[in-house]
Design a protein. Sequence first.
Length: 113
Amino acid sequence: MPRQQGQESLIDIVNGPFDTDPPRPDIEEKDLRRGNLIFDRYTYLSYFPFANPNPQSEDFRRLRQRIRVRVVVTWKEKVGHGKYRTLSYDLSTVVHNEKYNPKPALTRLREGL
């Protein structure tokens, strides 16, 4: 039966969309070329702060409001005749539902002042 818009797959809820150990890239792009440079880009997605919250938890919906996006880029740089060194760059950020307030205690504190 096809999923309607806004419905979640049961497998996504039970296993989590990021259920791998050790983590493997959700998006893998290899042998990308820019001039003489060849690089690989790996993108990892997970919920934050817990990669796969327990569906039985009463906080399950709340724990799925933030997603961590991590991108790792590796490339080889020529350092001599036939010699290369491998370099990498790792970038990570968290995105969340704009309607989600992760600091309700701070809001209550302001109201009490």
